[in-house]
Design a protein around this ligand. Structure first.
Ligand code: SIN
Ligand code: FE2
Length: 202
């Protein structure tokens, strides 16, 4: 576990929070989740297919389709989202110190050409709870903007095992992933990057 977090625009970034075996344990814990609730390619409300594939764990999962961005209690297949694995919840408690558990964990998978444009996480009911992001696998170039659209941005490479806490004044700061360095990590057998974001959604 890394000793301390660095701060960038109000985001607390824990480099190497998980060591190699900790990362492997989380990936193992995610396998049954991905089996029960397979990754799917969501469509934006405007009808554009996203380049990331996603699924969720927890009581609620974030989805998007023609009907809009929202949280739903079930995977598009109609099954309940699986529970959030203990190994993932432990990260939330470790970096936030909160007793309250997240009720949602979005699982994003970035293949070779996937990216995520700048956005705010704002479909949750109460922004006083932080969002905690966990990076696994290939490096991702994380861009951080401002609490309103536009303005100067700063970027940082997130590596496997890094954890970011987006909370406080920075809870509604714009962020995104410009690109990944496909093949930079050996954690995932088929390459690519997994990002988990835990939220208190409802
Ligand atoms: C997200 O904001 O949903 C994902 C961020 C990341 O992939 O690091
Ligand atoms: Fe986000």
């Amino acid at each position: 576990m890394g000793a301390a977090a660095v701060e960038l625009r109000g985001f607390r970034i824990w480099k190497d929070y998980l060591d190699t075996s900790g990362q492997a344990a989380v990936v193992d814990a995610l396998r049954p989740v991905l089996k029960a609730a397979p990754l799917f390619r969501p469509v934006t409300p405007r009808g554009q297919a996203m380049s990331v594939r996603m699924t969720s764990a927890g009581d609620l999962g974030w989805v998007t389709d023609r009907k809009g961005y929202r949280y739903e209690p079930q995977h598009p297949s109609g099954v309940d989202w699986p529970g959030i694995p203990e190994a993932v919840l432990a990260i939330w408690h470790g970096v936030t110190g909160l007793d309250r558990q997240p009720d949602s964990c979005l699982i994003n998978y970035y293949g070779q050409d996937a990216r995520m444009s700048l956005h705010q996480d704002k479909d949750e009911e109460d922004y006083s709870w932080p969002v905690v992001s966990v990076s696994l696998g290939d490096d991702g170039l994380f861009r951080i903007g401002n609490t309103t659209r536009g303005g100067k941005t700063e970027s940082i490479w997130l590596n496997s095992g890094d954890v970011v806490v987006m909370g406080g004044e920075a809870r509604l700061t714009y962020h995104g992933i410009d690109r990944i360095r496909f093949g930079s990590s050996r954690l995932l057998p088929k390459g690519g990057r997994i990002n988990l974001t835990m939220r208190v959604a409802g």
